[in-house]
Structures are given as C-alpha cells and as structure tokens.
Write a protein that binds this ligand. Structure first.
Ligand code: 13P
Ligand code: SF4
Length: 317
C-alpha cells in the first residue's frame, strides 16, 4: 500500500518535472480519472479545452480526453505537438457518422447548413459549416440565418434539445453516446423520491433529455432540473444554494464537483454511467506520454484546413 502510494507520488513528481523541462501543458476533460484531473493544468468541457488549446503557449499539449478532442486541439494549434496518452481512447458518438455518410446526407438536402457536434472526426468536421459543443449549440444555431434548413449531427438527443430551444427547422442524425443514451432508461421519478430536495443536472446527450422534454417538464416547468454541458454543471453548482445534486452524466465529473463544494452531496444518477474510453487515460500513461512524447495526433494539413473553419466559427461565437 505504502509502496503504491510512493510510486504514484514519484510519478507525479516526475510528471511535474518533465512538464517544466519540455514546456508542456496537461489538459484534462471533466470525465478523466481523479488523479489525472489533479495533475492537469486545466480541467474542463470540450469547449473550454478547445479554447485552452487555442491560447496556450506551451510547445506540447498532453491531451487527457478522447481522440476527437486531441484532434480538435491539433487542428486549432497545428504548430504544437499534441499527444494523447492512449490512442485507443475513442468515442462511440463520434463513431456514429462517417464523412461518406455526411456527404450523402448533404446531397439529399442541398442548401442546408451542416452543424456538427464537436464529438466528430476531423473528416466529418471538414464537411461541416459549423461546429458546436453542448455548451454553445443553441447559441451557434441561433446565429444561423432563420430561413436556412439545418442538418444537425451526430447526437439525436442534443439535436432534439437544440431544436426545442430554438424552434428551428432541423433534421437530426440518428447517433448517440452509449453512456448517455442509457441514462434515458433510468427512472427519474424514483430518483426524485430518493432525493426530494436535490437539484437535477442533466447533460443534453442523455437519452432522457428528449423524453423529459416531451413531457415538457425539464425546460419549462421544473425549476430544480437543468440541462447543462459538463462545465455548465460546474458553474451551476458554484452559484447554487442547494446542498444536494443528482448528476446525470458520466461519473468522472463528481470528483471536480466534490472538490468544488465539499459540504454538498452529489449523487450520480447511475454509478454505471462510466465512459471506458475516458478512463483509458491513467497517470502512468500520462507520464509515459510526456517522457516518450507519444502518441502524436496530427491531422493531414489539407483536411485540417477545412476542419478549422467550422471550429473557428464556433470559437468566435
Ligand atoms: P462536454 O462538452 O459537456 O464536456 O461533453 C463532452 C462529452 O463527450 C460528453 O459525453
Ligand atoms: Fe464519447 Fe460518450 Fe465517452 Fe463522451 S461519454 S467521450 S460522448 S463515448
């Protein structure tokens, strides 16, 4: 036990040393393992991580998240070395549409504006007009001229949420994240009975977000329930007077929430809401990534040029 702790302490020390020597920065998503979040220079949601990647003056970015996030960082900062500690860290949602499928969809809907969630490959982004994250999807769609039809992809739940909030003419791709989709099968009424005083914070990728919306409870009639991106949840908890929160998203975010408000109680809607891709990044892999400068995520320059435009539009809005 003592040895394990020593090993981890030593590793943390080494990571800090290497980071300085190599002028590297560690960016971590809110779903990362607690020890990975704790060693990071910045922890945030997809939008925050993209913004950090755009403004950092580090030479190396160690991206503790999934592949599309590292790819986005590399597109935004092509002159930096972007490393992901495990190349297998993928995303089921990003895998739910290919560039070829998007080209076909565009052909069937000429003149439509393509809005892609950031959870997409660089090749899909290159076929898109706008990129969005869960924290700015509504704002970005509202900025598109109102006479335009919109193709939204790949998440059908986030798409349903955006359509309801904006009232726009939106066709939605039938994709989903395997973790958030399952949250839709959970009985929220049971959870409300268990935690009657809690606020419910729900990620828009959740399967439940559209069924709750159909019942017209969440967005309009239920003041203790809110739909947020992961960073939106952090901001909400920071400002809320509530002492209890039920969190409907990947459980990794609980670490940050508990650190932020140790006096409050946080309940995951399900302990099973775990993204195995996010959890592939371990402290040891972060250490090896820094030491051996592996694994570089680089996007072909022609593809990156095309994919940069929708991302830049998003960052400007
Ligand atoms: P956020 O942008 O809200 O952090 O979401 C990213 C993600 O992958 C959700 O599953
Ligand atoms: Fe992708 Fe879902 Fe994991 Fe987020 S939680 S990275 S959307 S598989």
């Amino acid at each position: 036990m003592k040895d394990d702790k020593m090993t981890e302490e030593k590793m943390i020390e080494e990571i800090k040393k290497l980071k300085k020597e190599k002028n590297a920065v560690i960016l971590a998503h809110n779903y990362q393992l607690p020890e990975v979040q704790d060693i990071a220079d910045f922890v945030g949601d997809s939008l925050g991580l993209s913004q950090q990647a755009a403004k950092t003056d580090a030479d190396i970015i160690i991206f503790c998240g999934v592949h599309f996030m590292a790819e986005t960082a590399s597109i935004i900062s092509p002159n930096k070395k972007v490393l992901i500690p495990d190349l297998e860290a993928g995303c089921s949602l990003a895998a739910s549409i290919t560039a070829e499928q998007l080209r076909e969809w565009k052909k069937e809907n000429p003149g439509a504006v393509v809005v892609s969630y950031v959870n997409t490959t660089a090749a899909v982004k290159a076929e898109s007009d706008y990129c969005v994250t869960s924290s700015n999807a509504v704002r970005v769609v509202e900025s598109i001229p109102s006479n335009k039809q919109i193709l939204f992809l790949p998440d059908r739940f986030l798409g349903g949420y955006v359509k309801a909030m904006t009232g726009r003419d939106i066709k939605i791709w039938d994709g989903a994240c395997h973790v958030h989709e399952k949250i839709g099968e959970i009985d929220f009424d049971e959870s409300t009975k268990e935690h009657p005083d809690a606020e419910f914070l729900i990620h828009p990728e959740c399967g439940c977000s559209s069924s709750c919306m159909l019942k017209s409870q969440v967005y309009f009639d239920c003041p203790s329930t809110h739909i947020y991106s992961t960073e939106g949840m952090i901001n909400h908890v920071n400002e809320s007077d509530s002492k209890e929160f039920v969190i409907a998203t990947e459980t990794g975010i609980l670490h940050r929430l508990k650190k932020l408000k140790p006096e409050s109680d946080f309940y995951p809607i399900s302990e099973l809401s775990v993204c195995e891709y996010m959890k592939m990044i371990t402290l040891e892999k972060v250490f090896k990534s820094l030491l051996l400068e592996q694994y570089e995520v680089k996007v072909d320059s022609v593809l990156a040029e095309r994919a940069r435009l929708p991302i830049q539009r998003m960052l400007e809005i």
